[in-house]
Design a protein around this ligand. Structure first.
Ligand SMILES: Cc1ncc(COP(=O)(O)O)c(C=O)c1O
Length: 396
């Protein structure tokens, strides 16, 4: 007998990004050298000063349960950090600790939407958004954004809103496009939503990875009357290269924070106590912390400026220079319908099997016909990947 999986979980799809990583590692196990551009995580180590704070936390006895919303020092440090970096007026009771940005988004969606509610999700989107909406039995309403080069606009949102719309999910800088929504457009969108009692999740997990002249913008600086409708999902995963530590946070109105904390108190309880301590201390040492972020940003920028122009020389594909995050979204639609390529998935498999370059198919992100290439890897790997992709596509 098959396991009687619950309807809520049966409605969800497995993660296509994890699938791509698994295929690459299977090949690697056979002894093949694979260049992996599927990774959605920084290739830098966690900065030493944060590791030292974690050890200090352990030694100080931060090894027990904490409140579900997180240690006081944690919620206070997030609030102070947003004040010092952005002059945002966030109070500690508008903050809660989560086990990464993913749990932040899970808590925010599950504590708000009901079956039948509509959730607006601009395409392409991070794979997890629609699956949590599916889990809740709500309806995903996807918004096409190709006409505006994958940057959502207020007009596109207006056209998708109905009287069932409960939530909009924004993600800037975006995974998988690397695009950044301009500040004035975000403000107009949130004003429109607040006016109609539509809530907004602002996924700011790549907040600090924006390349000049584009500018970092956090919804934490919005006036209180707009922030009532906004939940910011923040993460330490990418900012401080801490993906495995599983720590993030939400910033929202106190009533939304309370609902999310109630949910979290019956699931993860809270993120690891000494990890909360380490992050709180890191945010207090904001100058040192931001120096580390700047070093990573400069290196990503160097890779972006090296890799994307090289990809642009490959005739068969199209790729724009992204303003943020560390992904390139590559349009392979001109290759489809010929040479046995039915969908971008076939192009991804071809690259993996033919030249051992692992990339992620865009279909899981609502971007069929595209591939996502992560440049969170060494310049040497990027050079090799470029040469191999060019060689593989030169046959067509
Ligand atoms: C857009 C986006 N949001 C949220 C996350 C969640 O990251 P974490 O749970 O590691 O903080 C990711 C991770 O890849 C992401 O790409």
């Amino acid at each position: 007998m098959n396991f009687p999986v619950s309807e809520s979980v049966a409605r969800m799809q497995g993660s296509p990004t994890i699938r791509a990583m698994k295929e690459a590692s299977k090949l690697r196990e056979k002894g093949v050298e694979v260049i992996d551009l599927t990774v959605g995580e920084p290739d830098f180590p966690t900065p030493d000063f944060i590791k030292e704070y974690a050890i200090e936390g352990l030694q100080k006895g931060f090894t027990k349960y904490t409140p579900s919303e997180g240690l006081k020092i944690f919620t206070e440090s997030v609030a102070e950090f947003f004040q010092s970096q952005f002059k945002a007026k966030v109070s500690p009771n508008q903050v809660a600790a989560t086990c990464g940005g993913k749990q932040a988004i899970f808590n925010a969606i599950c504590s708000l939407v009901n079956p039948g509610d509509e959730v607006l999700i601009p395409k392409p989107y991070w794979v997890t958004f629609p699956e949590i909406v599916n889990f809740c039995g709500a309806k995903n309403v996807f918004i096409e954004t190709e006409a505006t080069e994958f940057v959502i606009t207020l007009d596109q949102i207006k056209a998708a809103v109905t009287d069932k719309t409960k939530l909009l999910i924004l993600n800037s800088p975006n995974n998988p496009t690397g695009r950044v929504i301009p500040e004035n457009e975000i403000i107009k969108i949130i004003e429109f939503c607040a006016d109609r009692n539509i809530y907004v999740i602002a996924d700011e997990c790549y907040l600090f990875f924006v390349y000049p002249p584009s500018k970092v913008f956090t919804c934490a600086v919005l006036p209180e009357e707009l922030r009532k409708f906004v939940c910011i999902a923040g993460s330490f995963s990418k900012t401080f290269s801490m993906t495995g530590w599983r720590i993030g946070f939400v910033i929202a109105d106190e009533s939304w924070i309370k609902a999310m904390t109630k949910l979290q108190s019956h699931s993860a309880t809270h993120p690891t106590s000494f990890v909360q301590y380490a992050c709180a201390k890191a945010m207090q040492a904001s100058e040192i912390a931001m120096k580390e972020v700047e070093k990573m940003l400069a290196e990503y920028n160097r890779r972006r400026n090296f890799f994307i122009p090289k990809l642009q020389t490959i005739e068969q594909i199209k790729c724009n220079l992204p303003e943020g995050a560390f992904y390139a979204l590559v349009d392979v639609r001109e290759m489809l319908g010929k040479n046995g390529f039915r969908a971008s998935e076939d192009v991804a498999s071809f690259l993996l099997n033919e030249v051992h370059v692992a990339v992620t198919d865009g279909a899981g992100f609502g971007a069929d016909g595209f591939l996502r290439l992560s440049y969170a890897t060494s310049m040497e790997n990027l050079q090799k990947a470029y040469e191999k992709i060019k060689e593989a596509f030169s046959k067509f």
